[in-house]
Design a protein around this ligand. Sequence first.
Ligand SMILES: [Zn+2]
Length: 161
Amino acid sequence: MTQMKYCPACQSELTTEVSVEGPLRLSCSSVACQYVFWNNPTPVVAAIIEIKGQVMLVHHVDWPEKMLGLVSGFLEAKEHPDEAIRREIKEETDLEVEALSFIGHYAFVEQNQLILAYEAKCSGSVALNEELDRFKLLPPDKLKPWAFGTGPAVSDWLARR
Ligand SMILES: [Zn+2]
């Protein structure tokens, strides 16, 4: 993420000199302006999609060639995370969610995100949208969880089966 330089409220320069409880934060250099850039983590929903006993991994068009991951996305305003993941699955794969269960929450510190991870048992046939360019179906015992992002959720899911 590129560092913000100017106050979105008044366009003065941001500084890190003012500390408002806890770590140093970017805040507005103008005394008249109260703007503080809190930089709170962004929630992201992600799903381990299970279809006919296999797990679906997808490749996002923006990802490195060999990387595969879970279907994931951001919440719309006022949307409940359970609804957000159902919508993302439908939009990105065209699959129908038959049963949804929450796995857990995971801090993805490097991206300043909070991942809300689900298991989604799905049916239907796959039609990827323009965000994804390929997918892979794997038996769960062939899944190798990765160390970052949604990987720990995959790890927990496998451990609980
Ligand atoms: Zn300002």
